[in-house]
Ligand binder design. Sequence first.
Ligand code: ATP
Length: 258
Amino acid sequence: MTGSSSPQPVRVAETTTPALLVEHLAYAYPDGHQALFGVNLRVQPGERVALLGPNGAGKTTFVMHLNGVISGGSGRIEVAGMPVDKANLKEIRRRVGVVFQDPDDQLFMPTARQDVAFGPANFGLRGAELDERVRGALDAVGMGDFADRSPLHLSGGQRRRVALATVLACDPEILVLDEPSANLEPVARRELAEVLLGLDRTMLMVTHDLPYALQLCTRSVVIDDGVVVADGPTREVLADTELLAAHRLELPYGFRLD
Ligand SMILES: Nc1ncnc2c1ncn2[C@@H]1O[C@H](COP(=O)(O)OP(=O)(O)OP(=O)(O)O)[C@@H](O)[C@H]1O
């Protein structure tokens, strides 16, 4: 097995407004458990970044801050220049599209088309513009022919792609994917990777699937115990065997980086 198909880094000017800017984010849960200790992250438009780390590292706590599902910590978060705060939560939730690990959390309408229309309709789109947005999102994930099917009657991989379309239809500035390859058979996993590689979107992908991170993300950030412990090109991060061992990360047996 090799990882030779990893994408080339996106070259972006440092002066561009970042798609995501997180400064000194610290957070303790109401029970007092400190989950984040001053996380910093700057993601430029067009970057695809993997967020890696062992169970309990703080990855979910971190991404739930990005669209304001969790708030009340200290630090600063901006999405395309807009601060994440209560006053602009609706626009922030459009800008930060989160695709949950379980499509059942995202699909609840009788047809895929209705599920995909729900978000943009909620943001005010109507008529031909809404239809076009829905068609574009379903086509982008290769599900255009399934628009009138019930999500209940789709395969796991197809459901995950429709869930992705529901988020794309809102035209987010940044796409956050929570364990996109979890529980997918190899073909569905590959099909989803092809879809994701075809999207021209800033992406933040939480994953334990290190080969997927290598295939899809030019950059990887490792979080452990609520702090960023590594941030660099995915290939370099994954080649650092001491780093991986120190943070309970492991490439599949026999996987070669070259
Ligand atoms: N509601 C909560 N109340 C208190 N502590 C919590 C809560 N949710 C998570 N934690 C704790 O916060 C820490 C970070 O959890 P988090 O779910 O963010 O980790 P993670 O990196 O996403 O883990 P995984 O890879 O298992 O999903 C863990 O120690 C976890 O036990």
